[in-house]
Design a binder for this molecule. Structure first.
Ligand code: BG6
Length: 489
């Protein structure tokens, strides 16, 4: 597809997300010919940098994250970069001082109304509404403009609605791109292909054949330097409300009639709306929260170096969450979906495990039920565990063996990072992999009562040692129905 000339304005443009994810992804888009030669990348920050300072910063901080084999291409990429200083935090806080940054941005964009214009808000959610208003007041919102919102989109349903209203007052829903970077991961898109471009899975993708589903996003990292954010977030808001629920939707949705932006998102919303609410004391039975403590040379959550010292609120924050979810519809009635995520776990793995039921009638001793593992991280792959006969002339002995697809070995092309796919889609105005307003709100509607139950509980999160597999409660959550988490062998 032809790439149109675009101006991509990144708020928080010198921040962590920009330096670690957005700029490397944009470099790859450039390298692959997916940016028009005239496309500009304009970082907005408080930094007081000139264009050259910013280019120097990117050269020092981003270059080592990308292949070094094309120095000319890298120079061309640096040439696209601009910086505009604006004390966005102050203005968003209601300070009316005239801020020259907005006029500097307006000057840079003047006369470029025919280009695509993307405002990427990689800034805290409280700034989304004020920034959109500023952009409109400065006359910068054109019919070809789009706005990209990074997560977290609010901290509960009410605040999410407010943000959606504020942004919606300036931009049409079709111009609003709410990012969940998990949707940009190759395996997540591949899940739709696996389910809907193959005939053999769909007939058994239901409660008749499937015992339960496990969705795990385990991280080894802690939260150093993130206390300011994480104390107000916790695993439920940071990971479950968005990433894990999106994985659940992709796994559980009905086949859409078309590969089309609204058709796919319509099916996802239906899944979210079918989730059985977990309220009040049910939270004790169906949810588990944990917080890591010092172990194996790693600090506990309360002692992670952070920008601010721990408070009473820090003690209540969950760095681990596990939930037994249920989808009330014909396909999934009675099939538990176990969700689990946590920081400082022993291995970085993200996977969806579909656990099939046992054979209806076994004629061999010792079989175990089939299991399909969709691995997102660290290496993307798909494994179907099937029963095979161990070679030998004696009694038939069964052994589960994997039919295994490694993307890295099967496809030699480089696997793009999630942000490359998503930025490409924003530039092409394709919102399929972005969350629609009703989707975000349906997710919060299910999360809110769990948050409320946790907040009103006298208990603190269950401690688990850093580097362990999480609190004992998470194992009991499955154990009491005779199930167990799939751990990598
Ligand atoms: C982010 C969360 O959305 O996702 C982080 O805010 C988390 O806490 C990250 O570490 C995980 O993303 P990935 O792509 O590394 O699995």
């Amino acid at each position: 597809a032809t790439a149109y000339a675009a101006d991509l304005v990144v708020f928080g443009g010198t921040g962590d997300l920009s330096m670690r994810k957005l700029l490397p992804a944009l470099y790859h888009c450039d390298r692959d010919g997916r940016l028009s030669p005239e496309t500009r990348i304009i970082a907005m920050s408080r930094g007081g940098l000139t264009d050259d300072d910013f280019r120097g910063k990117v050269d020092a901080g981003v270059r080592r994250q990308v292949p070094a084999d094309d120095p000319d291409g890298w120079r061309r990429f640096l040439g696209r970069l601009h910086h505009v200083s604006v004390d966005v935090g102050r203005r968003a806080g209601g300070d009316d001082t005239d801020l020259p940054g907005w006029s500097a941005l307006a000057a840079l964009l003047a006369g470029q109304e025919e280009r695509d214009r993307v405002f990427y808000l990689a800034s805290p959610p409280r700034t989304f509404g004020p920034f959109c208003r500023e952009l409109a007041a400065a006359g910068l919102v054109t019919p070809r403009s789009r706005v990209v919102l990074e997560k977290p989109l609010g901290h509960d349903l009410v605040s999410a609605r407010r943000i959606n209203d504020e942004v919606g007052a300036i931009f049409d829903e079709r111009q609003i791109f709410r990012i969940d970077h998990y949707l940009g991961k190759e395996t997540v898109q591949n899940l739709l292909v696996l389910r809907f471009a193959n005939a053999f899975l769909e007939p058994i993708w239901n409660s008749l054949w499937i015992d339960h589903v496990q969705i795990t996003v385990a991280e080894t990292v802690g939260t150093p330097g993130r206390r300011g954010y994480y104390d107000h977030a916790g695993a439920l808001r940071d990971m479950v409300q968005n990433h894990l629920l999106q994985l659940l939707c992709m796994t559980a949705m009905e086949p859409p009639a078309r590969n089309d932006r609204e058709a796919i998102r319509d099916e996802k919303v239906k899944v979210l709306q079918s989730l059985l609410p977990i309220t009040g004391t049910e939270a004790d039975r169906f949810t588990v929260r944990g917080q890591y403590t010092e172990a194996a040379g790693m600090p506990g959550y309360l002692h992670e170096p952070g920008s601010t010292p721990p408070t009473e609120a820090s003690r209540r924050v969950e760095t681990f969450a596990a939930i037994r979810a249920e989808i009330r519809n014909w396909r999934w009635a009675g099939v538990p979906f176990y969700l689990r995520t946590g920081k400082r776990l022993p291995r970085r793995t993200s996977e969806i495990v579909v656990q099939f039921k046992d054979v209806p009638h076994s004629i061999f001793p010792g079989g175990t039920p089939n299991r399909l593992v969709l691995r997102l991280q660290p290496e993307e792959g798909i494994e179907l565990h099937i029963m095979a006969k161990e070679p030998g002339a004696g009694e038939v002995a069964l052994k589960p063996v994997p039919l295994s697809l490694s993307f890295g070995e099967t496809f030699t092309a480089r696997v793009p990072e999630a942000y490359e796919r998503l930025l490409t889609d924003v530039l092409a105005a394709n919102p399929t992999l972005f969350m629609r307003r009703d989707e975000v709100e349906a997710a919060w509607r299910w999360i809110d009562p769990i948050l409320a139950a946790w907040e009103s509980s006298a208990d603190l999160p269950e401690p688990y040692p850093a580097g362990s597999t999480g609190p004992a409660g998470a194992h009991e959550l499955l154990g009491r129905s005779g199930r167990a988490w799939h751990e990598e062998e």
